[in-house]
Design a protein around this ligand. Structure first.
Ligand code: BGC
Length: 358
């Protein structure tokens, strides 16, 4: 309740836009009408027609900070909408497509009413779609967007298949803008007239990694800045790998590194550890940006130990995926692509974001 009141009190335009795209916790419905109060109990507010429906959820890997936030919100929201907790099964793909494919087969054999899938390999989407559609089960993809040709097949065949997610190009652009807005004078510590950076990329199986890498740098160039890439490594969205890679880059390039771009916050947390170990200070002699707005990172933005991040709205995405699943279960259709917006997080709005997500 406290969080809902707090959220209501946040009056900035940014927060209004968040609310518009559904960026709030389970205790606020996406359509803006207040959901069940805690006193009334969320179950009573849910749709009784959903109580006996079965939802199968496949997550690419439980050991992923962001996907943990996502699946927790997804489950809570599904229950708040009327599904029984025991009818929602969430499986850990353990970052292995064969494991996940077995879980999908088991859900099909069980006859679930709808599937929500965060694929391990986006490239396996066509195979997944074919077997789920053949079984007559509607399908909502999340987080790892299948290729455009795959999405086109859903539309061409009028299948009950959709994708719910944010456009990662926007998150990359926001990362670049956070750095560009600081001005070259502040960033260009070695005075060579360029932004000397390193890039720590996520798992290439998620198009988010590719887009964030590309669009963060594009935003710098669009702002008229010259760039120099000192290192570009794949950290698989992982904090430990992020720390290791940034540690190596700092030993190799030392003070030449002015900006560290990380495709997500988990890796930015690792980068921060490496930066501190190397005796460097974010905001003073190096700059660091991530994506997701994990609580710890937003706190770091407030303290100034991370230059900025981008809120990857897991509330909107979880609610959007659940709402799409509900429509399918009720025999309704969905658009094949359901999008949402990222939000830039800097020291200016970090406290508001923190109050909302915490
Ligand atoms: C998030 C990452 C996460 C990845 C999982 C991305 O959208 O930003 O933090 O690890 O999805 O696929």
């Amino acid at each position: 309740m406290k969080k809902r009141i707090l959220a209501l009190l946040l009056a900035s335009a940014m927060v209004l836009s968040l609310a518009a795209c559904g960026g709030s916790k389970t205790d606020d419905k996406t359509d803006g009408t207040p959901a069940a109060t805690e006193e009334a109990g969320s179950k009573e507010a849910g749709d009784t027609a959903l109580a006996d429906k079965k939802v199968g959820v496949c997550i690419y890997q439980f050991a992923d900070n962001f996907m943990t936030l996502f699946r927790t919100e997804l489950e809570n929201y599904l229950v708040a909408q009327g599904f029984s907790k025991e009818n929602i099964k969430i499986m850990d793909g353990a970052n292995d497509q064969a494991t996940q494919s077995g879980q999908i087969d088991a859900f099909i054999a069980e006859g679930v009413d709808v599937l929500i899938i965060n694929p391990v390999n986006s490239s396996s989407a066509a195979t997944i779609t074919d077997k789920v559609v053949a079984a007559g089960i509607p399908l909502v993809y999340i987080n790892r967007e299948p290729a455009a040709e795959e999405e086109q097949r859903w539309a061409d065949n009028n299948w009950n298949v959709c994708y719910v997610g944010c456009d990662a190009r926007q998150s990359g652009t926001y990362q670049g803008e956070i750095i560009a807005d600081m001005g070259l004078e502040k960033i260009d510590l070695n005075g060579n007239g360029k932004v000397d950076y390193i890039m720590i990329e996520g798992d290439p199986e998620n198009v988010d990694a590719q887009y964030r890498t590309e669009f963060s740098i594009k935003a710098l160039k669009d702002a008229g800045l010259e760039v120099n890439c000192l290192d570009d490594q794949v950290g698989m969205w992982d904090q430990v790998k992020g720390q290791e890679l940034v540690g190596n880059a700092l030993s190799q390039h030392g003070n030449e590194i002015e900006v560290v771009f990380c495709n997500n916050d988990a890796m930015a947390l690792g980068a921060l550890q490496a930066i501190q170990t190397a005796g460097r200070t974010v905001g003073k002699d190096i700059f660091l940006v991530g994506v997701d707005a994990l609580t710890e990172v937003v706190e770091d933005v407030i303290e100034g130990t991370v230059s900025g991040t981008v809120f990857n709205d897991h509330f909107s995405q979880a609610h959007g995926a659940a709402d799409a699943a509900i429509k399918y279960v009720k025999g309704e259709t969905n658009e094949h692509y359901i999008g949402c917006d990222y939000v830039k997080v800097t020291s200016e709005n970090a406290q508001e974001i923190l109050d909302m997500i915490k």
